[in-house]
Write a protein that binds this ligand. Sequence first.
Ligand SMILES: *[C@@H]1O[C@H](CO)[C@@H](O)[C@H](O)[C@H]1NC(C)=O
Ligand SMILES: *[C@@H]1O[C@H](CO)[C@@H](O)[C@H](O)[C@H]1NC(C)=O
Length: 511
Amino acid sequence: MAIFRVWISAALLSVLVFVSLSPSLAEEEKAAPAEAEPSFVLTLDHSNFSDTVAKYPFVVVEFYAPWCGHCMKLAPEYEKAASILSKSDPPVVLAKVDANEAANKELASKYEIKGYPTLKILRNGGEIIQEYNGPRQADGIIEYLKKQAGPASALIKSTEDAENLIDDKKIYIVGIFQEFSGEKFENYLKVADKLRSDYDFGHTSEAKLLPRGDPHAKLPVVRLFKPFDELVVDFEDFNVDALEHFIESASMPVVATFDKDPSNHPFLMKFFNSPNSKAMLFLNFSSENFGAFKSKLHETAEEYKEKSISFLIGDLDASQGAFQYFGLKDDQAPLIIIQENDGKKYLHPNLSPDQIAPWVKEYMNGNLKPHRKSEPTPEVNNEPVKIVVADSLQEVVLDSGKNVLLEFYAPWCGHCKKLAPILDEVAISFQNDADVIIAKMDATANDVPSEFDVQGYPTLYFSSASGKLLQYDSDRTAEDIINFVKTNRDVIKLPESPESPDSHDSAKDEL
Ligand SMILES: *[C@@H]1O[C@H](CO)[C@@H](O)[C@H](O)[C@H]1NC(C)=O
Ligand SMILES: *[C@@H]1O[C@H](CO)[C@@H](O)[C@H](O)[C@H]1NC(C)=O
């Protein structure tokens, strides 16, 4: 689902701390200039990582790569934060590891580094490892880390404390206890410690200090405040796993909102990370019947809460990336699209609020036909390399009874541009052979059927006349590709096409 995440990542870039880059893409960039100046940020490598981390109760480690632009942007902010935090009590230590360095790769893989920069919080000499989910400006880093280095749960002694901690923008969790001891309290702290980089925790002995919820609730109880849906919810099971599960599920909105408001973004990440099918309603939030759409979608989402489908409402203004990804047009909004994890999609364009529930029901009952993104089938297609679109792929490639070499490409892909003249050469060499077709499909503008595994561009597949499907992953030279086609093609015995001369030296399934 990596490609699926592209549009959401692009849309959230402004608030997301980190961006993944594939190393192959990145290696083309230049190394950063050498740095000078003594630094408050410790430089660690494979030789001294464990020993250094073991010395401190709280260390933050940035895994970076010298060529990574986001790392360079972070560097001065990280340095500034390190200099200020070095004076805090107890000191908070900031460190960095060049994860691109061959000798440090093992370290990077131990910490599951998938993109740069990635920051990890290591507690208790490295025993506890947490994701850094904070901001990337110096002030934000300092504030976030001071809180992370302090107690996992803040004591709430007054309504003033409660007002300072609990606002209507984020999730806040309060354990309300008669006394701050015993197994239930210990379990609460354990969960708070585990989830503290994602949520804020507090504890109090007086429910009446809190802004919402039953002031006379039976104690002990865990109260979760959230900026959406029922706004406050209580939970009474202090089993560690149950408590953790409650927090994760109660903090997910019934309908996630996709717009330009950054306070919604943490919930979006959860939405996109969920294994569920995703139902997304896109419309202009300024339109007159927005309220009706919202409440109808909410009702529907409530109905399917326990089923494996998650709901989102997205503002047209923020959703250009999504529209591009799905091949949708603005005049199809309001629209609802369901995407399943295997890539299957279902679409209802131009729908009204009252059509939401019946359509989702039809979907759940398995009565809808999947939607396929396709460019229009070209009217003229007489270049040596034929153009294939999603709508013509079955006919031109899979059911054609010919030997087809098909390239999946992206318009922006450099390796594809390099391959273009080579494919032309291959196509021209087979020009007088009616049984061989060389073709290409823009995989960003057309849905790729599931029998093809396209993880990068270009991807080349060969579909033989008898339907054998092979991926081509040898050298991208005309000679090698031509040989591959000759070796794997099937001979088609049609009265009007005589057997080709190469058929004698090629391995093939006779038709
Ligand atoms: C770890 O080793 C590297 C390379 O020898 C060195 O540059 C760095 O200063 C060392 N860091 C610490 C904290 O000793
Ligand atoms: C949404 O509607 C408002 C008001 O009608 C309009 O100004 C705006 O351009 C629309 N946005 C999009 C993306 O169509």
